[in-house]
Design a protein around this ligand. Structure first.
Ligand SMILES: CC(C)(COP(=O)(O)OP(=O)(O)OC[C@H]1O[C@@H](n2cnc3c(N)ncnc32)[C@H](O)[C@@H]1OP(=O)(O)O)[C@@H](O)C(=O)NCCC(=O)NCCS
Length: 193
């Protein structure tokens, strides 16, 4: 099985040769192989802007996505509170995923239970085109903290494949209990060293 991300990653570096850390600058892009029917297709990450929130709210309502992730969609008030917190928190790296110019999802790194955890969510219309794999490859280039942790539902084959392609390895499993945000179910835990 292919274990590494098979794409070249181009970085738009600042004048000092570093990755820009903030601002709306587009700073990382890659072209996944399975979007190669359009050679100009790229996946980019940029900072999340307030203007993205209505679209991100719609994306997180998708029932099939919530089933895969083992989550319950937020209502509008809860969503707004969550994103107000994320956008004000300098310890969170929250990125919009732009595919061929369109906002197609989010990917983030945040502290959970004292460790650095990654999570991502892609518009169902864009599934299966390498977007999540490309976005994670970009994020782990930007976020250099290690280890990085990730948790997926044990039956979320797509997410597990994304993690494995980007070099994460499964370290444990557990049974997740129902919470206001999550449904109960079997979980698998991954680490990138
Ligand atoms: C999981 C998710 C992020 C995958 O996004 P994506 O852009 O479709 O992922 P990619 O195209 O980069 O790669 C998915 C890989 O998993 C495979 N895959 C996708 N769905 C699959 C499934 N149901 N069963 C088996 N493999 C699957 C794909 O074939 C691909 O592997 P390949 O490149 O070897 O063919 C997306 O479905 C999603 O956002 N789901 C809802 C939210 C969620 O589950 N987030 C993750 C929480 S841990």
């Amino acid at each position: 099985m292919e274990q590494s991300v098979p794409w070249d990653v181009e970085c738009n570096l600042d004048a000092r040769g570093s990755l820009p850390r903030s601002g709306p600058t587009l700073f990382l892009r890659t072209t996944p192989r399975n979007m190669s029917t359009d050679p100009t297709s790229t996946i980019l990450l940029r900072t999340v802007e307030r203007g993205d929130l209505p679209r991100l709210y719609e994306l997180q309502l998708d029932a099939r996505s919530n089933q895969m992730a083992g989550t319950k969609a937020w209502d509008a008030d809860a969503f707004q509170k969550i994103w107000d917190g994320i956008l004000a928190d300098p310890t969170v790296t929250a990125r919009a995923i732009i595919a061929s110019g369109t906002l197609v999802g989010t990917i983030s790194c945040f502290k959970r239970a004292g460790v650095d955890e990654v999570g991502y969510w892609i518009d169902r219309a864009w599934w299966g085109r390498g977007v999540a794999s490309a976005a994670l490859a970009l994020l782990i280039r930007e976020v250099t903290a290690r280890p990085l942790h990730a948790t997926a539902r044990a039956d979320n084959a797509g997410s597990i494949r994304v993690l494995e392609r980007c070099g994460f390895r499964q370290v444990s499993s557990s049974i997740g209990e129902e919470t206001p945000r999550y449904t109960a179910g079997a979980l698998v835990h991954f680490v990138l060293d």
